[in-house]
Ligand binder design. Sequence first.
Ligand code: BG6
Length: 469
Amino acid sequence: MEEHSDAFVFFGATGDLAYKEIFPALQVLIQQGHFDVPIIGVAKSGWSLDRLKERARDSLKHHGGVDPESFDELSARLLYVDGDYQDASTYELLRRALGAAKRPLHYLAIPPSMFATVVAHLAQSNCAKNARVVVEKPFGRDLASAQALDRTLHEYFPESAIFRIDHYLGKEPVQNLLYFRFANSFLEPIWNHEHIQSVQVTMAEEFGVQGRGKFYEEVGAIRDVVQNHLLQVMVLLVMDPPASSDAVCIRDEKIRIMRAMRPLEPSCVVRGQFNSYRREPGVFPDSHVETFAAVCFYIDNWRWAGVPFYIRSGKCLPVTATEVFVSLKNPPHSVFGEAVPSQANYFRFRLNPDFVISVGARIKAGGEAMVGEEVELIAHEDAADNRLLPYARLLGDAMRGDPTLFNRQDAVEAAWRVIDPVLGNVTPLHKYEPHTWGPAEADAIAANIGGWHNPRPCEKLPTWIPRGF
Ligand code: BG6
């Protein structure tokens, strides 16, 4: 049994991720009663502890609501270290704030370019001993830098203490992809190239970069969400059944399928940038960073030979929704003489903001003629309200030392191998109007499957939904 961490340190305490995700997650962990440790925020903002507490209250007000009892406990446990991440004195202050803690967890909710500096300082200041480190995505900027970052982390931390976080893996609807596939027997016989025509994953966001221009300039859509969140979703959809649900079995199956993913070819990638992005604070006036990406790739193994897989994501699109759309092949022969049905059977997994699993089918329409209509059979539907916040789930797991929902280095590297050939400006950047489905060029790569499936807006809006960060 792993030992529980005895202090929670988060770098980037005054930042956006802390505001939108970490404070709400901490409140949940306190409500659950497993979080009686010091909580230490670190940032370089010139703030006081009181100001950080105010920020925490405001964060909760806008993200789920303040639970007065838990908030009081959060405030009482909260400490703040203000200082430059490059400056050794910041870590001396941190060491002092850690007091008697012997097994702290350090969560690096900061831009990727700072990871190596911070871990080196943690080690030099004696804050890394017996500690765990949680590293935000993207892990590296490409394969080579991910390998270099991994070497740096391993200078100070053993593998069992490194947690590469991808909050999509903490989302219940994402975990349900694995559960739904392997807890049922009806899916596996058809889950292959003989029955499946194509698979699409779309992550659409109605909003832009929301003041995160500086961060976004370091990443762009491909590094921000395709290399991690969306490839991980794809992996859960296509991997072979693991022998059990333990961390090693699941991670081993994931890496097997990732190694079969064919690296992206520039001709199968369309990048876009919404008009006005260059005027966002923190964005270079001549930026070539993409806010939209659409890609198509193949998986070179027996199960998936020839099936095209599509991933698309963008900021300033018409809706906020993440949806998987698995199209089945048409029946081999048209018994009823109907024109080819406009929509083949499909499975739809809606992952955000609401959660739906449904199957598209055809039934006979009323009347004498044998003609049909499309219906959707809903297997499951709920709003986001009922679910544990992904960050609460993952940070709780990391505090307990459970790695199951975190990425192993081999998976991170396999994902970069898929993405590496199209990083940088190897493909053109097309402009698009905000609140459209991206540049027209993106339609061309999905033309041979009848075009993209555009997720609909959320009909049953939950009272509170996370709106990206
Ligand atoms: C983050 C990205 O990892 O995921 C953001 O940095 C994106 O750009 C966010 O908005 C989306 O997360 P969710 O949970 O709102 O789908």
